[in-house]
Design a protein around this ligand. Structure first.
Ligand SMILES: C[C@@]1(CC(=O)O)C2=NC(=C\c3[nH]c(c(CCC(=O)O)c3CC(=O)O)Cc3[nH]c(c(CC(=O)O)c3CCC(=O)O)/C=C3\N/C(=C\2)[C@@H](CCC(=O)O)[C@]3(C)CC(=O)O)/[C@H]1CCC(=O)O
Ligand SMILES: NC(=O)c1ccc[n+]([C@@H]2O[C@H](COP(=O)([O-])OP(=O)(O)OC[C@H]3O[C@@H](n4cnc5c(N)ncnc54)[C@H](O)[C@@H]3O)[C@@H](O)[C@H]2O)c1
Length: 208
């Protein structure tokens, strides 16, 4: 069974072995999360070459060897050579997290398909059964959770902060937080005013 978590990898070292289409997709995800990415491969896709030329990734133009993994938290083996991919796993320390592009069973983690709406992050995994289905489900979720969720989550984050700072009573706090998760707050129109009215009411009740 897989354990789901959202890793904070900003500033951490990631090594990607291979410079093809799959490597490029994984590198884009790692850069989005602000990891420091090094790619080990004799060649690169045009996309990866652009990232190397602009200093967004470090490129070591060579075939893989064990010392390439030093200092990495996350390692992705994405070459088209099965023997190389398996030897990446063999050379990695037990404390390093390895993903093997052609071997879900031997991987320490699998990369899910993801829908991002600002702070909302929906990850879908089929545990390697069908990455294509995972993608398809995400396309459906994109319809269900549209663009307005981005500002909705910003609103929820800031109002939650305000509630935690102002309301002392745990019951009243929970009631307010539940209320904001109500669909009627999804639409931006007048939600700030509505929220502040509810907040004032809760504070007034507490003062009685
Ligand atoms: C979700 C996504 C994330 C990402 O890679 O970023 C992802 N694969 C995506 C796409 C995709 N994968 C494949 C095709 C070509 C299909 C075709 O056309 O033939 C396409 C489509 C394309 O490339 O466009 C084929 C494939 N995939 C794996 C193998 C090896 C094997 O299974 O042995 C093979 C070759 C054998 C085969 O064909 O089955 C293995 C894995 N792929 C996973 C994730 C992990 C399981 C996730 C899960 O189960 O949910 C896992 C286990 C490991 C990992 O990579 O972490 C991403 C969608 C991105 C998005 O959402 O936009
Ligand atoms: N996990 C996934 O999402 C997924 C999706 C599709 C395919 N795959 C599998 O991933 C693998 C890679 O697919 P691709 O389309 O990116 O292949 P690709 O042929 O486009 O790229 C392979 C890259 O690996 C490099 N490489 C080969 N041997 C190397 C070595 N010894 N050291 C360093 N780099 C080396 C090549 O130079 C090339 O840059 C394939 O095995 C494929 O079956 C995985």
């Amino acid at each position: 069974m897989l354990y789901s978590m959202n890793l904070k990898i900003s500033g951490r070292e990631a090594v990607v072995v291979g410079g093809g289409r799959v490597a490029q997709r994984k590198v884009q995800g790692l850069l989005y999360a602000k990891a420091r990415v090094t790619v080990i491969s004799p060649d690169l896709t045009d996309g990866l070459l652009g990232l190397a030329e602009t200093g967004q990734i470090i490129w070591k133009p060579k075939h893989f060897s064990g010392e390439d993994l030093e200092g990495a938290l996350i390692i992705i083996a994405a070459t088209n050579d099965r023997g190389t991919n398996l030897s990446v796993k063999k050379y990695a320390a037990a404390t390093q997290l390895v993903n093997i592009a052609d071997d879900p069973e031997e991987s320490d983690f699998q990369v899910p398909s993801v829908v991002k709406r600002g702070k909302l992050n929906i990850a879908v995994s089929t545990s390697g059964a069908s990455p294509i289905l995972a993608k398809k489900i995400c396309v459906q979720l994109e319809q269900m959770f549209d663009q307005q969720y981005e500002s909705y989550l910003d609103f929820l984050a800031s109002s939650r902060k305000e509630i935690k700072a102002t309301v002392k009573d745990e019951g009243a706090k929970r009631k307010l937080l539940r209320e904001l998760a109500n669909e009627s707050f999804l639409v931006a129109d007048q939600r700030e005013e509505r929220f502040h009215r509810l907040l004032e009411e809760a504070v007034r009740e507490e003062g009685r």
